[in-house]
Design a protein around this ligand. Structure first.
Ligand SMILES: [Zn+2]
Length: 186
C-alpha cells in the first residue's frame, strides 16, 4: 500500500482509500508529520477494513449482468459526469470537440473520430471517477494526436498525472466490467 499526503489550506485531517487500494491523506499545510503519522496509526484498523472492502468490491462488482433499465440509467450518469470533465479538460488543453455519444458497448471505453466526435461507454459510470476522467482525457488527447505515440502519452500525462494507475485499473478490472453489458450489443 502506498501512502500519499496532500497538503492544503484545510483545518482537519481526512483519509481516503483510492480505487487502487492506496492511502490518501489530506492534511493542513503546517501540521507536523508525526501528528499525521499518529492519526494514521490510530486509524490503522479502519484503513485495513476499508482497503479490503474496496479491493473486494472491485473484484465482485464485475459479476452481475446489467439489465436494459440499469444500462439506461448508467448512460445518463455517464453523460452527466463526462460533460463536466470534457468541458474542463478541453478548455485546459485548448482543444475543441464535436458530438458526444454514450453507448453500451462490450469492447471499448471510448473513441474519437477524425471529425472530433467522441464516443464513450456507459459502463464508465461504474468505474472509479479517476478512471472515467482518464478515458475522457485520453479521447481528448486524440484531438491533438490521432495515435498512441510518445507525444500522445505526453499530452495525457500532462492532463492526467495518474494515468498509469488508471490504465492498470482498466486492465485488471475492465474486462469483467465490460462483460456486464450482456446481449452482445456493440
Ligand atoms: Zn486511444
Amino acid at each position: 500500500m502506498q501512502t500519499k499526503i496532500l497538503r492544503s489550506r484545510r483545518k482537519t485531517l481526512s483519509l481516503r482509500i483510492t480505487p487502487w487500494g492506496d492511502l490518501e491523506i489530506r492534511a493542513p499545510l503546517r501540521m507536523p508529520d508525526r501528528e499525521i503519522q499518529a492519526f494514521v496509526a490510530e486509524k490503522a484498523r479502519w484503513i485495513e477494513i476499508h482497503r479490503t472492502q474496496v479491493l473486494r468490491d472491485q473484484a465482485q462488482g464485475a459479476l452481475a449482468p446489467l439489465d436494459e433499465a440499469a444500462l439506461e440509467e448508467l448512460k445518463e450518469q455517464t453523460r452527466q459526469k463526462l460533460a463536466l470533465m470534457l468541458e474542463r479538460h478541453a478548455a485546459h488543453m485548448g482543444i475543441s470537440y464535436g458530438r458526444v455519444s454514450i453507448r453500451c458497448q462490450r469492447s471499448r471505453w471510448g473513441s474519437c473520430s477524425a471529425e472530433g466526435n467522441l464516443n464513450f461507454n456507459c459502463l464508465l459510470a461504474l468505474a472509479p471517477e479517476e478512471v472515467m476522467e482518464y478515458v475522457a482525457v485520453h479521447e481528448l488527447a486524440h484531438r491533438k494526436q490521432m495515435n498512441h505515440s510518445p507525444l500522445f502519452w505526453q499530452e495525457v500525462a500532462r492532463e492526467c498525472p495518474r494515468y498509469i494507475q488508471c490504465r492498470r485499473w482498466l486492465k485488471q478490472n475492465g474486462g469483467a466490467l465490460l462483460a456486464r453489458a450482456r446481449r452482445g450489443r456493440e
